[in-house]
Structures are given as structure tokens and as C-alpha cells.
Ligand binder design. Structure first.
Ligand SMILES: [Zn+2]
Length: 94
């Protein structure tokens, strides 16, 4: 079942700009715009092929990504609170 999914991935065509540098996955050929994204892809799609060093790289990249996501959530919440506050002020004044 798992190999079926990999075959399907292999059939997929990617439309990457010809002049953009890509980081191709050596296992399935999928191109990535960033090296970190390819590292994440290794851990998610090809965990069995990784050696210890690559697993470590995946964990570090994954943690960085989680951290970025946490920061983004905080910023989004701050924006929502600011909008809510502005609307409340407008409502109170008008
Ligand atoms: Zn791959």
C-alpha cells in the first residue's frame, strides 16, 4: 500500500521555474525551493532511508518549524486582539 503511494508521487509532475535553484529529493525526485523543506520531506516521506545524521537534521528543522509556527500563532492572535480593540473603540465612540 505504501509503495502504491510512492508510485503515485513519482508520477506527479512539478512545475518549477527553470532558472530557480531547487533541492531535489534523491529518493522520489520531488523539487523543493528550500533545503529545510527537503529535510522535512525526508523525515515525513522517506523515514526508512535516513541515517542518524539526517534524522538529527530532520528533528532540528522540525523543531525550528514548530517554533516559527508558534510565533506566527502569537502574531495572528495579537492582530485579532488589535482589530477587536479598534472595533470596540469605534463602537464605543460612534
Ligand atoms: Zn522524496
Amino acid at each position: 500500500m505504501n509503495s502504491e503511494r510512492l508510485d503515485h508521487d513519482r508520477d506527479y509532475e512539478y512545475d518549477a521555474p527553470a532558472d530557480a535553484p531547487t533541492y531535489d529529493c534523491p529518493y522520489c525526485g520531488r523539487p523543493f525551493a528550500r533545503e529545510e523543506w527537503r529535510t522535512l520531506h525526508y523525515g515525513l516521506e522517506h523515514p526508512a532511508e535516513l541515517d542518524d545524521e539526517e534524522v538529527q537534521a530532520f528533528r532540528e528543522t522540525y523543531e525550528d518549524e514548530e517554533e516559527d509556527l508558534g510565533t506566527f500563532r502569537l502574531q495572528a492572535l495579537a492582530v485579532l486582539v488589535a482589530i477587536y480593540f479598534c472595533l470596540l473603540m469605534i463602537y464605543a465612540l460612534v
